[in-house]
Design a protein around this ligand. Sequence first.
Ligand code: 6PG
Length: 258
Amino acid sequence: MARTGLTRPAVAVHADIGSLAANAAERFATAAEASGGPRIDVVLTGGSTAPVIYRLLADEPFASRVDWGRVHVWWTDERCVPPDDPRSNYGAAREALLDRVPIPCEHIHRMRGEDPNPEREAVHYEAALRAGQALARGAPPSFDFVLLGLGGDAHVASLFPGSSTVALSDRLVAVARSDEVPMPDPVVDRLTLTLSALNGARAAVFVVAGAEKAAALRAVLEEPAIPALRPAQGIHPAGGPPVWLVDRAAAGMPSGAR
Ligand code: 6PG
């Protein structure tokens, strides 16, 4: 693991996804241990990188370090599909982690992707977040740990370049419409936390793996901040700059020892 020339914010480069995932799991467990209050609010991301981390968290040495009874789980985003659909972010996290740790089911706050009216679910999920954290009107949520992925187009959660959802400042949850901007799955709308919600993070960690992410990663870290073009540049957590955990391929480095 080495720090690159890309110095702001902190970027840690890993030889492979396994060591990247171990670092992310360590940071999750550390954030959970540091939270002294009655609840530990965490936000899980979707995508293909995160389940590697979830499986580690469900095993030792991490599983016994986390007081799962206090953990409340939220999601960065969800595809508008039923929970047993293979594209469901909830479904992936349930299989890799939630079914394997003693977390109370009422603490699992999934986005109901199956709702035929996504806007209704966006309003419902925002209300659940506000009530769950007893937020005053207009107050941002607070999360102990937020895990984030990065799309090859510099999207984060389901905040896509050119989408009206990126600039939303009066909502915590929104609908990303597949007919508005190009999205990985052009037929499926998505539910997403907005930047206002995501920036309630006390600790935010990006996990980025694969050569197909190199261009987006470099642009997000080095180009001027234009969230409308590169939504990941809109991540400015309350707890301080996000940490970037990347593999050599995403950092544009030769595979080296791998
Ligand atoms: C989703 C995500 C999305 C994801 C990135 C990275 O539902 O797809 O939440 O934002 O994190 O696209 O995905 P990978 O880990 O598959 O590269």
